[in-house]
Design a protein around this ligand. Structure first.
Ligand SMILES: Cc1ncc(COP(=O)(O)O)c(C=O)c1O
Length: 423
């Protein structure tokens, strides 16, 4: 591509079209399409009333309101950091000393995506390596590509990334003299995007142990993206990977209110190893010297007043019902066609495996048929890192966050018709 705008080398690698806009462009003009592509939350569940009440409480205190309307600090609103740390410790059933963590390790972000971006800036030179699940969160793959970093995909089973596969990959990289280029392992620890799998406690402990053991020459960080932790529709919460990091020097924890409360408010947070706090704050100082303060004060009030917990309880019921709806539709319309899926215990996604050989990609036989039948999905191949485990082209991701149970049913039925035609 000619660099007509005289862009930096880094910017010249940017793809002007995001995956979602490419999908939407293909679906343009298709009436009554059920979009199961984007991972948005349900508009109907957004907490209008709870947010109004929290805002009223802020406006009732003129001093607090003025402070909220002023710039904040680079690390962010301390009362929110304190509340977040308390909640993490109680969810993880650990004392701060057991995790070597303090409120100073927290930094607030405008969504966890900024943390992923800042970590890229401070950890990754071109050619450096991040080990990811295959498949993984595709937005992060875009960020790594833009940095000129290498993403290597590791096989993932019903319990997430396979520890032996990570160690096998690390051993191969060591044999090739590339171990010093491996900077991090990235994973989504709860109901991941795109497969909705959750790593069980014993595997969490093993993954942290592996990262520590391979950190001899230089740190191999484990980036724990916990974006979907609160969206659990049954069973017990599990301790974070961070809770298995007693020294607090290995796991970088990324949390967010985007899925559990409101992506429009967009507040996320990092729990950082001490060695990364200075560099992250310095780079954040360059980017925005502090995320929107008002949103942080608002979220502190939402959490402190109990409105957040109430909202999460409601969300669990609503998304739980949607999970049941999409699973029932999949059983009815897809199972007879030899289609399989991972049963989600939470999160927003259904990861679907089509019969062998059926390509779900934009240029394969299924995509346009699915759109004409009335459903939009994300082809699974976009979620695979460019190296490592090869992309399974017969996979796709359905998001059940946005559509109603009835529309989910229509969407899955449409997919079933398309699979029948394409197969
Ligand atoms: C796995 C994962 N991580 C991070 C994010 C980013 O969330 P935010 O930046 O809104 O906190 C998303 C959004 O879809 C996600 O799916």
């Amino acid at each position: 591509m000619a660099n007509r705008a005289n862009l930096s080398r880094r910017a010249a690698q940017l793809h002007s079209e995001t995956l979602v806009s490419a999908l939407m462009a293909r679906a343009l003009g298709q009436p009554n399409l059920v979009s199961l592509a984007v991972g948005f939350v349900d508009r109907q569940t957004l907490p209008v009333e709870a947010t109004r009440r929290a805002l009223e409480r802020i406006w009732a205190d003129a001093d607090l309101a003025r402070a909220a309307l002023q710039y904040g600090t680079t690390p962010g609103h301390r009362p929110l950091c304190e509340v977040l740390l308390d909640r993490m410790l109680s969810a993880d059933r650990r004392a701060a000393a057991e995790m070597n963590v303090s409120v100073d390790d927290l930094v607030l972000m405008p969504g966890s995506n900024q943390l992923l971006f800042l970590l890229g800036d401070i950890l990754l030179d071109p050619g450096d390596i991040v080990i990811c699940a295959a498949p993984t969160y595709y937005v992060y793959l875009g960020a790594l590509r833009n940095l000129g970093a290498r993403a290597i995909g590791i096989e993932s089973d019903a319990q997430g990334m396979i520890p032996e596969a990570i160690e096998g990959q690390l051993a191969r990289l060591r044999a090739a003299g590339e171990l010093d280029r491996v900077k991090a392992i990235y994973l989504t620890s709860y109901f991941d995007n795109p497969r909705a799998v959750t790593i069980p406690a014993d595997r969490r402990a093993r993954l942290v142990e592996i990262a520590k053991r391979w950190s001899q020459a230089h740190p191999l960080y484990l980036i724990e993206d916990a974006a979907y932790r609160e969206l659990r529709y049954g069973g017990e919460d599990l301790p974070s990977l961070r809770s298995f990091d007693a020294e607090g020097d290995t796991v970088i924890y990324a949390g967010t209110f985007s899925k559990s409360y409101s992506p429009g408010i967009r507040v996320g947070w990092a729990v950082l190893p001490a060695a990364l706090r200075g560099p992250v704050l310095a780079e954040k100082g360059n980017v925005d010297f502090g995320s929107p303060h008002f949103n942080q004060v608002l979220m502190a009030e939402v959490v402190r007043s109990g409105l957040f917990d109430r909202h999460v309880r409601e969300l669990r019921d609503q998304y739980g019902a949607k999970t049941d709806a999409i699973l029932a539709a999949a059983e009815e319309y897809l199972r007879p066609l030899g289609v399989d899926w991972v049963r989600p215990g939470g999160g927003l996604y259904l990861w679907v495996t089509l019969p062998e050989g059926l390509d779900a990609g934009l240029d394969g036989p299924l995509f346009d048929r699915a759109v004409s039948e009335g459903v939009l999905y994300v082809p699974g191949q976009y979620c695979y890192p460019p190296e490592g485990r090869p992309a399974a082209r017969n996979t796709l991701r359905l998001s059940f966050g946005v559509a109603s149970p009835e529309r989910l049913r229509q969407g899955v039925a449409a997919l079933g018709r398309a699979v029948r035609q394409a197969g």
